[in-house]
Design a binder for this molecule. Sequence first.
Ligand SMILES: Nc1nc2c(c(=O)[nH]1)N[C@H]1C(S)=C(S)[C@@H](COP(=O)(O)OP(=O)(O)OC[C@H]3O[C@@H](n4cnc5c(=O)[nH]c(N)nc54)[C@H](O)[C@@H]3O)O[C@H]1N2
Ligand SMILES: Nc1nc2c(c(=O)[nH]1)N[C@H]1C(S)=C(S)[C@@H](COP(=O)(O)OP(=O)(O)OC[C@H]3O[C@@H](n4cnc5c(=O)[nH]c(N)nc54)[C@H](O)[C@@H]3O)O[C@H]1N2
Ligand code: SF4
Ligand SMILES: [Mo]
Length: 688
Amino acid sequence: MTSSIGIPPSVGEPQHVRGACPHDCPDTCALVTTVVDGVAVKVQGNPGHLPTDGVLCAKVSRYTERTYHPDRLLRPMRRIGPKGSGRFEPVGWDEALDDIARRLKAIAARDPQAILPYSYAGTMGLVQGEGMAARFFHRLGASLLDRTICSTAGGAGLTHTLGGKVGMKVEFFAEARLIVIWGSNSITSNLHFWRLAQEAKRRGAKLVCIDPRRTETAEKCHEHLAILPGTDAALALALMHELIRNDWLDHDYIERHTLGWEALRERALRWTPERAAAVCGIPAQQIRDLARDYGTTKPAAIRLNYGMQRVRGGGNAARAVACLPALTGAWRHRAGGVLLSSSGWSPADRAALQRIDLLAGRSPRVINMVTIGDDLLRSASPAFGPRIEALVVYNSNPVAVAPESARVVQGFAREDLFTVVLEQFQTDTADYADYVLPATTQLEHWDLHTAYGHTDVLLNRPAIAPLGEAKPNTQVFRELAARMGFDDPCFADSDEQMCRQGCGSRIDFDELLDKGFATLPVPDAPFAEGRFPTASGRCEFFSATLARQGLDGLPDHLPNYEPAGASERFPLAMISPPARNFLNSTFVNLRSLRDIEREPVLEIHPADAQPRGIADGAVVRVFNERGEYHCKAEISERARPGVVNGLGIWWRKFGLAGTNVNQLTSQRLTDLGGGPVFYDCLVDVQPA
Ligand SMILES: Nc1nc2c(c(=O)[nH]1)N[C@H]1C(S)=C(S)[C@@H](COP(=O)(O)OP(=O)(O)OC[C@H]3O[C@@H](n4cnc5c(=O)[nH]c(N)nc54)[C@H](O)[C@@H]3O)O[C@H]1N2
Ligand SMILES: Nc1nc2c(c(=O)[nH]1)N[C@H]1C(S)=C(S)[C@@H](COP(=O)(O)OP(=O)(O)OC[C@H]3O[C@@H](n4cnc5c(=O)[nH]c(N)nc54)[C@H](O)[C@@H]3O)O[C@H]1N2
Ligand code: SF4
Ligand SMILES: [Mo]
């Protein structure tokens, strides 16, 4: 047996512990960790779990390397240098927690809303995520965080159309005859779906990719529509136009199972392929061809993903795409329809874990996590409420991942801000902490996982004891709760008990204990007979809910805040999708994975590089009015003319000049759901 951590061959019996991948990835793989004498030596995919099929991505195959990394934080630390200097001294847990509780109590005595939890998806686990932490902050009456940074625009779009985050079952993509991969680099971020798409391809299916970037996924599809960022709704409306003109419609399905058809028809008829082609920056013929394929191939399936909703009109775009399968009746077949997220099928009992009732009638203000930069810098006002005085960060690295880093950094650098960071590593965010508290990894704690790219539930059992003095998030909040004098019995629940509570009445915890995962009863073709979970029970082309809010009831194309070609000063549109070997900013500090990604790069088309005198491999300065970012230029046809691709969320401290792509992105919000607009960003590039 070999391992990356230099453990000598063991005499002990190897144990195999079942777990779940904690990462924010649609695949939610089932893990099997091999443990010898209390040491995890290998993490593999569970061959018995269908969606995982025994295979993990390169990142999580190296989980032991991450867990036993020499840079793991293993003791609580207290800041001794100026904010951001990263200078700390070790401190005992009791001393750290006593002091944190004292500081939080003092602030809460004035107004608990001056305290803000900041967390996202470092782990997707329901227990180490918003489990005990949510109980703690609800009981405290702290500001609520709107967790918008990834998927709320698309989620809202889907919900206003289909009634929830629901759609096709992923396994049936293998039976589709046409698969449209829309705003997804599946090989990078949805690998187990890609395996199904490959299976469909072998059986003769056609694969079409819609993505501004010629990704590794796009180049393996039969067709690639390299549209400009933020033009998806225009494309979807023109597809509808063609479906109508050629009568590739399922009139019976439309009549019985949809709402607002006449109005949508009228709008779509205004979107000729020529009009959309001019907006999308592609030939009109490509739109006609895709419409023909989509209108005449059955079953046709759309794998929509979140890459297309990180722009101003992201919610409307998801709505427009979600209308398509109802027009052609694709939902009648189990291999037809659309899948963006399947998380809405999950019967997990989040309420039992998060205990919103502990607010006891209070309704604290809500802070959108996307605008953390501006919000940390805001003074108290009647509209805003109190100035943010304390921040407790867990499962997130906002200094690297939140937009407009210059503002974020300025906020985190406030000497009067009290910041606690629960982390596994000394991230860019941990550098700004007053206290850094060492957190366990997935191999060291219990958790319960639902998925958004399949419909199983998984249990994660600890495979090894916590390393050093690391504690699970739950335990930190339990101990803080005790110090704050919160004596509600729920603060004494163990992690294992919380996993059970999260199962609610419809998931069998004993089955999870036994097998590691459970498959939920989700219908194979959920909308074959309509019965959408909307108010009307129909697929809502027209949403009365949106109309009541004074918004457009129909989906429409909303141009980007910063549309390609609209600015002379900043003529290039920049998107910044994930690097394959990182997961958001996680894994950037893993040498072996960083070596594959080498350094931060900006892909630029030869036609944009040449007039700027940019040579392949040259260091460039990417800039706009929000800031500048240095990286290596990669002259590449992966970038389309007019669009540059800044890949991956590097840690700022690993960047060439101490910044990353988010130095350039803006804090504006999407049309629906209050999401971020990372891919709605104009820049220019020069040799550095
Ligand atoms: N290896 C790896 N896997 C990951 C992640 C990671 O960082 N690394 N991140 C995880 C997380 S948190 C998430 S949310 C998902 C993200 O995965 P996805 O939901 O697939 O979203 P993105 O990767 O942001 O973008 C997908 C593709 O959309 C393209 N795109 C950008 N703008 C547009 C547009 O306006 N229209 C269209 N049609 N396409 C556009 C991008 O070029 C990219 O290739 O992946 C998860 N999986
Ligand atoms: N420019 C640009 N910016 C983006 C994106 C983009 O595509 N482009 N993508 C956006 C998206 S989709 C997302 S989801 C966000 C992701 O943003 P985040 O959710 O902040 O994700 P990560 O960067 O992976 O940081 C998660 C951190 O949680 C820590 N962690 C993991 N498990 C635990 C645990 O059990 N306990 C504690 N205490 N800590 C833990 C990890 O060590 C890691 O540092 O970034 C967004 N930012
Ligand atoms: S990151 Fe995604 S593909 Fe990789 S192991 Fe986790 S769930 Fe599976
Ligand atoms: Mo995400």
